[in-house]
Design a protein around this ligand. Structure first.
Ligand code: MG
Ligand code: ZN
Length: 219
C-alpha cells in the first residue's frame, strides 16, 4: 500500500526570504512602512510631498526612492522634509529586496515613525518583488485611462490600498469611474481606495488618516 503524505511547504524565493528579513528589521524599529507603486507620472512623488506636508511635525519620515537614474525624486522628498535615500537601479525596472536591504543599512530606523519606499515607475514587475514593507499601495491616475486594472491585473491584485490620483482632471478626460472600479473590484474586492488630487488636495484627508492610523498602531 502506498501512503501519500501531503507536504505543505512554502518555498520562498531568495527575494522573499530577504524581504522577510527587511520586514523583521523594520518591525523591530517600530516603523510603519509602505511600498508605493505606480506607472511613471501617476504622482508617486507628488503624493509623497503632500503626505510629508500633512505629517510634518507629527511623524519622522524616511523616504527611499527607486529610480533608473537621477536623484530628482529623492531631492524633492528631501526638500519636503524627509530623510531621503536614492537607489539608482542602473536599468532595472523595479526595486527588489536586496536593494531595499542595502538602502536600509544607511538608515537608523529607530529615528523614524514612517518609511515610504517609492518604487520604480512601472505597472508590471514591482508586484512580483515583495520588499518586506507592511503595505503595498498602488497609485492609479485619471490620465492613464480607465482600462488599467484589466490590462495590468497583477499590480491591482496584490495591493493593500489604491490611490486614484488627479481626480481634478475627471471633467477633461473620458474616464469611466464605474468601469475602472468594476475592474478593481474583480481583482481586489473591497480594497481601501482613496480618490485624491495632489493638485487641489481633494481627498487627501482620508489618505492621511489611513497613514496615521497605521503609524500609531506600530508604536
Ligand atoms: Mg517619482
Ligand atoms: Zn522590473
Amino acid at each position: 500500500m502506498i501512503q501519500k503524505i501531503p507536504i505543505v511547504e512554502k518555498i520562498l524565493s531568495a527575494n522573499d526570504r530577504l524581504a522577510e528579513m527587511n520586514r523583521q528589521k523594520i518591525e523591530e524599529a517600530g516603523v510603519f512602512s509602505l511600498n508605493l507603486m505606480a506607472s511613471p507620472g501617476a504622482g508617486k512623488t507628488s503624493l509623497i510631498e503632500q503626505t510629508l506636508k500633512c505629517l510634518s511635525g507629527e511623524f519622522r519620515v524616511a523616504v527611499i526612492d527607486g529610480d533608473i537614474a537621477t536623484s530628482i525624486d529623492a531631492d524633492r522628498a528631501s526638500a519636503a522634509g524627509a530623510t531621503a535615500i536614492q537607489i539608482n537601479t542602473g536599468g532595472e525596472c523595479h526595486l527588489d529586496a536586496v536593494m531595499l536591504q542595502n538602502a536600509l543599512q544607511q538608515l537608523d530606523l529607530t529615528q523614524f515613525d514612517l518609511l515610504i519606499v517609492e518604487n520604480v515607475g512601472n505597472l508590471v514587475c514591482p508586484a512580483n518583488f515583495p520588499l518586506g514593507t507592511h503595505k503595498s499601495v498602488l497609485i492609479a491616475s485619471i490620465p492613464e485611462g480607465d482600462d488599467k486594472p484589466y490590462k495590468y491585473p497583477g499590480m491591482y491584485r496584490g495591493v493593500d490600498a489604491l490611490v486614484i490620483n488627479k481626480i481634478d482632471l475627471l471633467p477633461y478626460i473620458p474616464f469611466k469611474m464605474d468601469f475602472f472600479r468594476t475592474g478593481v473590484e474583480i481583482l481586489n474586492p473591497g480594497v481601501v481606495t482613496f480618490p485624491v488630487s495632489c493638485q487641489t488636495q481633494e481627498g487627501l484627508d482620508e489618505w492621511i488618516a489611513w497613514i496615521k492610523t497605521n503609524v500609531t498602531a506600530k508604536k
